[in-house]
Write a protein that binds this ligand. Structure first.
Ligand code: UD1
Length: 416
């Protein structure tokens, strides 16, 4: 397993080009299963997760190729199963279920199993497929779904907001007979991006970005070329890094509105942020006040930035309360931050962080994707050398992290 050696204490100065969003790319890749025509995705992030999704598409019979950040998918689907070896490595593999079922009347997808940030069941995905008329059985560790006569449009009301279930249902409904309404749908920018791409492929989706999405079924989908939306979590992580280390960092190729829930909180904490149409600049001096946050579905504060924001609050003046409403077990970074001298007390979903003047370098272990990057940010803000073990997780979600931060002055080195 690789480790990352980070020597902190330097300012960050420069421009970071934000990549395409992992969480948009994965469902977009899955959507190509609904057509035999070529689909080209531009601005694709080169990540372990997007490569794994490409492997899954190849397993299903698709041909995939890459030319820089343009990825092409073409050819016919040849099989309808997503095996445990692939799904267990990445929960988002479940996103092939809707497209396969809608276009081929059948899908067998391994249950993802437990995951570091809670149990994360897939019951909402399954229920949505059933409501669209699929027969679903759970056998041999697989979700086996069949709809030999095709799916039928219906109204699906989600009991709570799920990004993945909204995406799976939206893709499946594109080829269902009649109209589908998704009520209490997720409103994330990645959902809007997926709907835009699907509409280019011939789907008839309206309302994406709101909490009711309407899909009028069509009989076939065509190919398309689509640009993946910017990664708001990557941008948010680096914005927090600039605030913690001090320095002037411009984040380019991103609509600042996508991370307004974060930047509003950062401004409230006293960080200077200016925005342009497709960039934002963080001007930090490493000093800021404690503010409280609660994670919520978009447009609320994203759970995927909770760990990074907590790392920032470890160095704030005062005491901050962080409340995680999306996942029941998303505080794995806490013991590691405490090893670095942070003062954090967790009580269920609530964490109280009392800011310290400094964090200390210490050997720590990366646990999940966003927890890992919170440790990178904390390490950059110490004055010593921190070794972060098990950094595989970082490669799942951050394209060229060492180069992007290194170009701004951070000192980090990967160790085998
Ligand atoms: C997506 C993101 C992930 C982000 C999360 C919440 C991708 C690839 N991943 O994950 O980075 O942290 O949204 O913004 O886009 N749930 C159920 N049953 C289900 C589905 C979900 O109980 O069938 C629960 C989950 O356990 C969680 C909550 O619903 O507590 C929200 O999860 P969901 O929005 O579905 O997350 P993902 O789509 O898996």
């Amino acid at each position: 397993m690789d480790s990352l050696s980070i020597t902190g204490g330097t300012r960050l100065d420069g421009t970071i080009r934000i990549s395409g969003a992992k969480n948009a790319a994965l469902p977009l890749q899955a959507s190509c299963l609904m057509t035999d025509r070529p689909v080209q995705l531009d601005n694709m992030p080169a990540l372990a997760d997007t490569r794994l999704m490409a492997d899954l598409l190849e397993h299903l019979g698709k041909q995939t190729s890459q030319n820089g950040d343009s990825w092409q998918m073409s050819g016919k689907v040849g099989r309808l199963d997503a095996p445990y070896e692939l799904v267990s490595q990445m929960r988002a593999s479940i996103l092939v279920m809707g497209p396969l079922l809608a276009s081929h009347g059948e899908a067998q997808v391994s249950l993802p199993g437990g995951c570091a940030i809670g149990t994360r069941p897939v019951d909402l995905h399954i229920r949505a497929m059933q409501q669209l008329g699929a027969q679903v059985e759970l056998a041999d560790g697989y979700v086996k779904a069949r709809a030999p006569k095709g799916l039928k449009g219906c109204e699906i009301t989600f009991p709570f907001v799920s990004v993945g279930a909204t995406e799976n249902a939206m893709m499946a409904a594109c080829l269902a007979e009649g109209t589908t309404r998704l009520v209490n749908a997720a409103r994330e920018p990645e959902i809007v991006d997926l709907a835009t791409c699907l509409n280019q492929m011939g789907a008839r989706i309206s309302g994406a970005g709101g909490d009711v999405i309407t899909i009028e079924g069509v009989t076939s989908m065509s190919g398309c070329r689509h640009q993946v939306v910017a990664d708001r979590v990557e941008a948010g992580s680096y914005a927090i890094g600039a605030a913690m280390c001090g320095g002037t960092v411009r984040l380019s190729h991103i609509d600042p509105d996508l991370i307004a829930s974060l930047t509003d909180k950062m401004v409230e904490a006293g960080v200077n942020i200016t925005t342009d149409t497709d960039s934002l600049t963080i001007d930090g001096d490493g000093r800021f006040q404690a503010v409280d946050v609660q994670t919520l579905p978009y447009p609320g504060f994203p759970t995927d930035l909770q760990a990074q924001f907590m790392a920032m609050m470890c160095l704030a003046e005062g005491r901050s309360t962080i409340y995680e409403t999306i996942f029941e077990n998303r505080y794995m970074h806490v013991p590691e931050l405490v090893r670095m001298g942070a003062d954090i007390v967790v009580d269920g979903r609530r964490a109280v962080v009392t800011g310290k003047k400094a964090l200390l370098a210490a050997p720590v272990m990366a646990t999940d994707l966003r927890a890992s990057v919170s440790l990178v940010l904390a390490a950059m803000a110490t004055s010593g050398t921190t070794i972060i073990g098990n950094i595989y997780h970082l490669d799942r979600g951050y394209a060229d992290l060492e180069k992007k931060l290194g170009d701004c002055g951070a000192r980090m080195e990967r160790i085998n």
